[in-house]
Design a protein around this ligand. Structure first.
Ligand code: CU
Length: 157
């Protein structure tokens, strides 16, 4: 009888250890996600958001059911020329939130399958590579905001 209860006790301990080490300390947070609205004829637009992490990880990709493809892009000025293109990753560390914002990093939604109008919600799945090289998917819902200021923030494709 004694050995049985000891066995049970050790099972409980093992379960507790698994529960503690099996999940990340705290998930990252993606807030204020939005997508620039489109008008007829536009087949690409940018998605923007605020990302905080509890452990170092890198944003490496994205996808959305409204887009045929999606890439992580960076926009930057070199001299007077605005450049934009895909980046392999956006590294993010705890305590230093990263903003995907017009003029900088963004998720480029391409080959859009539909017009995106103000008030719509666009599901986006973000892919993060964690420190152990595993890839984690995070689903966010982005609100469509009005296309402001004519061009979509200098997006030229
Ligand atoms: Cu872009």
């Amino acid at each position: 009888m004694v050995s049985v209860s000891l066995y049970r006790y050790s099972l409980v301990v093992l379960a507790l250890v698994a529960a503690t080490t099996g999940s990340p300390v705290r998930a990252q947070q993606v807030t204020d996600a939005w997508v620039r609205g489109t008008v007829k004829g536009m087949d690409a637009t940018g998605a923007f958001m605020h990302i905080e992490v509890a452990a170092p990880m890198s944003l490496i990709g994205a996808s959305s059911p409204v887009a045929g493809s999606a890439q992580v892009h960076q926009m930057s000025m070199s001299g007077n020329v605005m450049n934009m293109g895909p980046v392999d990753q956006v590294p993010i560390v705890p305590g230093k939130p990263v903003d995907l914002a017009p003029g900088g990093y963004h998720v480029m939604l391409m080959n859009l399958k539909q017009e995106l109008t103000t008030g719509d919600t666009v599901p986006i799945t973000l892919r993060f590579r964690q420190a152990d090289n595993s890839v984690k998917s995070v689903d966010v819902k982005a609100q469509v905001r009005a296309l402001a200021g004519g061009n979509s923030g200098g997006h030229m494709h």
